[in-house]
Ligand binder design. Structure first.
Ligand code: ADP
Ligand code: MG
Length: 241
């Protein structure tokens, strides 16, 4: 499980996380919603140990992410992360791109890495694109490749940061479908999204971020159906209109 406790984080003088508490249990999907600059991406960066924190703690399966003694590279193998855009290596095929991390990071043989990559590309519906170069993929296919690349490391957790935001509207659905499938398979997911319908449908809990704090958290029915705070209601109104 992911345990975020009293996390404060500043960039220079600017405090952007002001005491974040959030638990993601095994098999749960927690979505993070909220306006631009509210601290959602920074929270994901801190969970992955890509950013230091000023105080509080983040534990993954009991391991303190920001402890000096923690082997971050080892910890990160448990955590797949997919961003708005992932720049695949243009001179490598889709298959070769997905094979890379199992080869380099996990030390798998070429044969093993290829088997893993083929399996995960099939998983995301890209079996017919193995030998293609990334530039030939649509935006939605590129994002599914990025998901396959993360899954090829057999992560216990998946973090998603606005993975559909850069896509043409007609390509959003196929990526959300892939994420939906992962959630049904029991993947533990922490997801930043602007797709409110998706958040409502797949989340176990929804956290509304505002000004570096979780302003309100609850089940999708609670947050979308009966928000307790006026700012939550106002955000949802603007986000769904
Ligand atoms: P969100 O993902 O909710 O839009 P972010 O976590 O990206 O918000 O940003 C929160 C705040 O932190 C914003 O004010 C943003 O400008 C600031 N910020 C994010 N990354 C950096 C950085 N690397 N250096 C300085 N400020 C940053
Ligand atoms: Mg962001």
């Amino acid at each position: 499980m992911i345990e975020i406790s009293k996390v404060r984080k500043s960039f220079g003088e600017l405090e952007v996380l002001k005491g974040i508490d959030l638990i993601v249990n095994k098999g749960e999907v927690v979505t993070m919603i909220g306006g631009s600059g509210s601290g959602k991406s920074t929270t994901l960066m801190c969970v992955n140990g890509l950013e230091p924190i000023q105080s509080g703690s983040i534990r993954i399966d009991g391991t303190e992410v920001h402890a000096k003694s923690t082997d971050l590279n080892k910890l990160r193998r448990k955590i797949g992360i997919v961003f708005q855009q992932w720049n695949a290596f243009p001179h490598l095929t889709v298959l070769e791109n997905v094979m890379l991390a199992p080869r380099k990071v996990l030390g798998k043989s070429k044969q093993e890495a290829e088997a893993i990559a083929v399996e995960q590309l099939k998983h995301v519906g890209l079996s017919d694109k193995l030998k293609v170069y990334p530039s030939r993929l649509s935006g939605g296919q590129q994002q599914r490749m990025a998901i396959a690349r993360a899954l090829a490391m057999s992560p216990d957790y998946m973090l998603f940061d606005e993975v559909t935001s850069a896509l043409d509207p007609q390509l959003v659905g196929e990526v959300l479908d892939t994420m939906r499938m992962l959630s049904k398979e029991g993947m533990t997911m922490l997801v930043v999204t602007h797709e409110m319908r998706f958040a409502r449908e797949v989340s176990d809990r929804v956290a509304f971020f505002r000004e570096g704090l979780i302003h309100e958290i609850g089940t999708p029915d609670e947050i979308f159906g009966n928000p307790q705070r006026s700012e939550t209601a106002a955000f949802l109104k603007s986000a769904t209109s």
